[in-house]
Design a protein around this ligand. Structure first.
Ligand code: DGJ
Length: 726
C-alpha cells in the first residue's frame, strides 16, 4: 500500500520517497515531510516557536506558540492568521474572506483520479492510488478536497484540489492553487525557467531571498517568458548528488508559482492558476476543479529528478499512437519559403526531401484563405487556390506518391480582421464592449469560452482531416491574450473567461485527438510559448522554439530537458546564416543539436551543396537508427552550458548497453588541452567499446576519468560518440 494512515498521520510512500502530513488536535492539516524515506513519523521536527505578532487560533486559548503563521501547513488559507502566501482565498456571501479549513474525512481509492474537463496524469487501476482529504471551513459550508495521486514505481505524486460550495449563497474563489508545500528547514535555491520568443526556458538558479519570489504568466498561455515548472534544490545539489524537489503544472493558461522565505527562514511553495487573471463565481451546490501539479523529489540530484518527470510525462501524460513510437522525420516549409510558395515549390521540396530519406512534408502557414502575409486570412480554413491551384487533393496525392506522409499547419484559436470569418462573426473575436481590442501579430483571439466558436472550429478542422490524407497537424497559437470578455457570460462571470478559454481549448483538442487517433498533433505557440504538461496530454510533441540557431538551441534544449522528455521536443535543422541570429554553424552541428528531439528540417534543400545533402541523408539514417534510444533511453545532461565551454548530453539505454554521447564545443581556443567530458549512468562494472576509435573502456573509467574529445577546430563544432557494452 502506497497510502497508509496511522494515528492521524497520512503516509504517502513511493519506491524512494515519503510524503507525510497529519491532522493535529485542532483538526489543522499540518505538513510533516516530503523527501527521502525515513521509516519514521517526522512530526518530532515540528517546532512551536513563540514569535511576536503571530496569531493564535481561538481554541488554542493562551498557547502563544500555536500559530498558523509558523506551522508548516498542507493547504494554507487566507484571512485566519497565516500571513504567508495562501493557497486559497475566497469571498463568502456576506463579503467576508476568512477560510478556516479543518480536517473532515478522507478516502483512499485504487487507481488515479481524473479531473473533469482538464488533462491529468492517467494510470491503470493497479498502477496508482488516490488519497482524498476533505477539509471544511469551520464557519461556512465551503469544503476543499485535496487530492493526491500516488505513482509508486515512478516516484511521483500528483496534486489537485476541488472546492465545493455546500452553502446556499454564492462564494467567489479569488485564488485556488493546486500545490502548497511548506519546507521548514534547509538552505534552498530556486531554479526557474524564463525566456522570450526564440529563447525559451533559460535556466536561472538563485539562492532564496527573504520574501516572495515568483514566476508566472498572465498571458493566457503558459508563455515563452516563464515556464510552469519549478525546482527547489538544496545548496549542494548537482546533477548527480543532493536533494531537490520539482513541480510541473499541467495547465496551458496563466499560472503562478510563488516561493516565499518567511521570517523564520521557512520556505513555502505554491503553484496554480494565476489569480491576477482569475476568479470564479461558485454558486450554491457547485464545485470547482483546479488543474493538477506533478510533483517529484530526488536525493540523487537533478538528473534523477528529470528522469522521473521524463518517465511520467512520456508514459502517463502523453497519449495516442505516437506516445512511445518513432515519429516521422519531417521537413517543414516555413523557414524555407515563409508565405511565398506555390504547389510547384512545395512539391520540389518534398521531392528532394524524399530522396534524402525524410518521411513527411509539413505545409506551414499560408495555405488557406487570403494569407499572403500575417495580416490576413486567419479563420478561413479553406485552400488558397492562388497558391495551390490543384487544391490539397492534388498536392497530397503527389506527396503520397513519393512515399511521403503529409502534415499541415493550423492556428484555430485566432482570427484576422481581414477574413471571411471575421466579417461574418465579428462577435466571435474577444473584445471588451466599448473598447478597441489589442492586436498582436495583427490578429485577434477567438473566444474559446463560447461553445459556438469551439463547435465551428471542431467542424472546420475535422472536415479537413476527414477529407484529406493528413497525418500530422501543427497546432499553432501566435499571441498573448488580453481583452478577456465573452459575450456568452454574465458580468459576474467575466473573470472566468481566461480559465474557460483553456477549458474550451482542451475540449476541442480532446474531440479532435479522440476522433483522429492516427494523426500526430504537434503543439506550437510561436515556438515554445505553450510548452507545458497540459498541452502534452493532447500533443506528444511541441515545437520547442522559433529560435533555430544551433548554438542558442543548446541552451533552450538544456532548459527544456529539466522536465520535458526528449521525444516531446520538436527540433529542426534550419538554414544559415540563421534567420534569427545571423550566425552560421555547420550542417553537422545543426543536425547534432536537432537530433536531441523530434527531428526534422526546415530549409530549402535546393540551396544545399551536394556534400551538405549527403550529410543530411546520413543524419536521417543515423537518427532513425538511434530514435528508440533517443526517445526512450535515459537522458543525461553532461555539462552546464552557462558555466562551461560546451553543451554535452548523452542517451543511455535502459539496460545500460548503448550510449550515444553528443554535444557542441562553443569557442575554439589555441594552446589548450582537449575537452574532457565525464559520462554518467553507465554500468560501472561493464566494458564499453567506442565505435569511433574502437577502444575499449571500463564504465568506471568513463564515469571517473571521462573521455577526451577529438581536437576541435572552429567555433560551435559538434561531436557524436557511440559506445556499446561488450
Ligand atoms: C510560429 C511558429 O512557431 C512557426 O514555426 C511558424 O509556424 C509560424 N508561426 C507561422 O506563422
Amino acid at each position: 500500500m502506497a497510502i497508509t494512515v496511522e494515528n492521524g498521520v497520512f503516509h504517502i510512500e513511493t519506491a524512494n520517497t515519503l510524503y507525510q502530513m497529519k491532522a493535529d488536535a485542532f483538526g489543522v492539516l499540518v505538513h510533516l515531510w516530503y523527501g527521502n524515506k525515513t521509516d519514521y513519523c517526522m512530526d518530532y521536527l515540528l517546532d512551536y516557536p513563540d514569535v511576536g505578532f503571530a496569531g493564535n487560533i481561538y481554541e488554542a486559548e493562551n498557547q502563544r506558540t500555536y500559530s498558523l503563521n509558523t506551522l508548516p501547513l498542507e493547504y494554507a488559507t487566507h484571512g485566519v492568521g497565516d500571513f504567508r502566501v495562501p493557497a486559497i482565498s475566497v469571498t463568502h456571501g456576506d463579503g467576508s474572506t476568512g477560510l478556516d479549513l479543518r480536517f473532515l474525512e478522507y478516502r483512499i481509492e485504487k487507481g488515479k483520479y481524473g479531473i473533469p474537463g482538464l488533462p491529468a496524469v492517467y494510470a491503470g487501476n493497479s498502477e496508482a492510488e488516490t488519497l482524498e482529504i476533505v477539509l471544511k471551513d469551520k464557519y461556512s459550508e465551503v469544503e476543499v478536497s485535496l487530492k493526491y495521486g500516488v505513482f509508486w514505481e515512478e516516484d511521483v505524486i500528483t496534486r489537485s484540489v476541488v472546492v465545493r460550495n455546500n452553502g446556499n449563497a454564492p462564494v467567489i474563489i479569488k485564488r485556488v492553487h493546486s500545490l502548497c508545500m511548506d519546507i521548514p528547514y534547509g538552505d534552498w535555491e530556486w531554479v526557474h525557467f524564463h525566456g522570450r520568443h526564440t529563447m525559451e526556458r533559460q535556466v536561472e538558479r538563485v539562492p532564496l531571498i527573504y520574501g516572495i519570489q515568483e514566476s508566472s504568466s498572465t498571458r493566457g498561455t503558459s508563455s515563452h517568458q516563464q515556464n510552469p515548472t519549478v525546482l527547489l534544490c538544496e545548496k549542494d545539489c548537482t546533477e548527480t548528488a543532493g536533494f531537490c524537489i520539482g513541480a510541473a503544472f499541467m495547465y496551458s493558461g496563466g499560472f503562478q508559482t510563488q516561493v516565499e522565505k518567511d521570517q523564520l527562514g521557512q520556505v513555502r511553495l505554491v503553484m496554480g492558476i494565476n489569480p491576477d487573471t482569475f476568479s470564479w463565481h461558485l454558486d450554491a451546490g457547485e464545485s470547482f476543479h483546479a488543474p493538477e501539479v506533478i510533483l517529484s523529489c530526488s536525493g540523487n540530484g537533478m538528473g534523477e529528478l528529470s528522469h522521473r518527470f521524463h518517465n511520467i510525462i512520456r508514459n502517463n501524460v502523453c497519449r495516442g499512437k505516437y506516445k512511445l513510437a518513432d515519429r516521422p522525420v519531417l521537413i517543414n516549409n516555413w523557414e524555407a519559403t515563409y508565405f511565398a510558395f506555390d504547389e510547384e515549390k512545395i512539391v520540389k521540396i518534398a521531392q528532394q526531401a524524399s530522396e534524402l530519406g525524410i518521411d513527411m512534408m509539413v505545409l506551414d502557414d499560408g495555405w488557406f484563405g487570403k494569407r499572403d502575409s500575417d495580416t490576413s486570412g486567419l479563420g478561413d480554413w479553406f485552400v488558397n487556390e492562388a497558391k495551390l491551384q490543384g487544391g490539397l487533393d492534388r498536392l497530397i496525392g503527389q506527396i503520397n506518391r513519393m512515399g511521403m506522409k503529409f502534415g499541415i499547419w493550423f492556428e484555430p484559436e485566432m482570427v484576422s480582421e481581414d477574413s471571411e470569418l471575421y466579417r461574418t462573426h465579428p462577435e466571435w473575436a474577444m473584445r471588451i464592449p466599448g473598447r478597441d481590442p489589442m492586436r498582436s501579430r495583427y490578429q485577434l483571439v477567438l473566444d474559446m469560452a463560447n461553445p459556438e466558436v469551439a463547435e465551428y472550429l471542431y467542424q472546420t478542422v475535422s472536415k479537413i482531416l476527414r477529407d484529406y490524407n493528413i497525418e500530422y497537424v501543427k497546432w499553432d497559437m501566435n499571441r498573448s491574450i488580453c481583452d478577456w470578455y465573452s459575450v456568452t457570460l454574465p458580468k459576474e462571470r467575466q473573470t472566468e473567461v481566461p480559465h474557460r478559454y483553456i477549458l474550451g481549448l482542451y475540449h476541442l483538442l480532446e474531440r479532435l485527438t479522440d476522433e483522429f487517433p492516427e494523426v500526430l498533433f504537434e503543439g506550437c505557440s510561436g515556438g515554445g510559448g505553450r510548452f507545458d504538461a497540459g498541452m502534452l496530454y493532447y500533443c506528444p510533441q511541441i515545437w520547442c522554439s522559433d529560435g533555430t540557431d544551433a548554438h542558442e538551441r543548446t541552451f533552450i534544449q538544456y532548459g527544456t530537458s529539466f522536465f520535458y522528455p526528449i521525444s516531446t521536443v520538436g527540433s529542426h535543422v534550419s538554414a544559415v546564416p540563421n534567420h534569427q541570429t545571423g550566425r552560421s554553424t555547420s550542417i553537422r552541428t545543426r543536425g547534432t543539436v536537432a537530433m536531441a528531439g523530434s527531428f526534422g528540417y526546415e530549409l530549402d534543400l535546393d540551396k544545399l551543396t551536394a556534400e551538405e545533402k549527403e550529410e543530411v541523408a546520413g543524419q536521417v539514417c543515423m537518427y532513425k537508427k538511434h530514435q528508440e534510444l533517443i526517445y526512450n533511453g535515459l537522458y543525461y545532461r553532461l555539462s552546464n552550458p552557462y558555466m562551461e565551454n560546451l553543451s554535452a548530453w548523452a542517451f543511455v539505454s535502459g539496460e545500460q548497453s548503448k550510449v550515444l554521447v553528443q554535444g557542441v564545443v562553443f569557442r575554439a581556443a589555441s594552446n589548450v588541452l582537449r575537452t574532457r567530458i565525464r559520462l554518467t549512468g553507465l554500468d560501472e562494472e561493464a566494458k564499453y567499446r567506442m565505435l569511433q576509435d574502437g577502444r575499449i573502456y571500463t564504465g568506471k573509467a568513463l564515469m571517473s576519468g571521462g573521455i577526451l574529445l577529438p581536437q576541435i577546430a572552429g567555433d560551435d563544432v559538434s561531436f557524436t560518440l557511440f559506445l556499446e557494452r561488450i
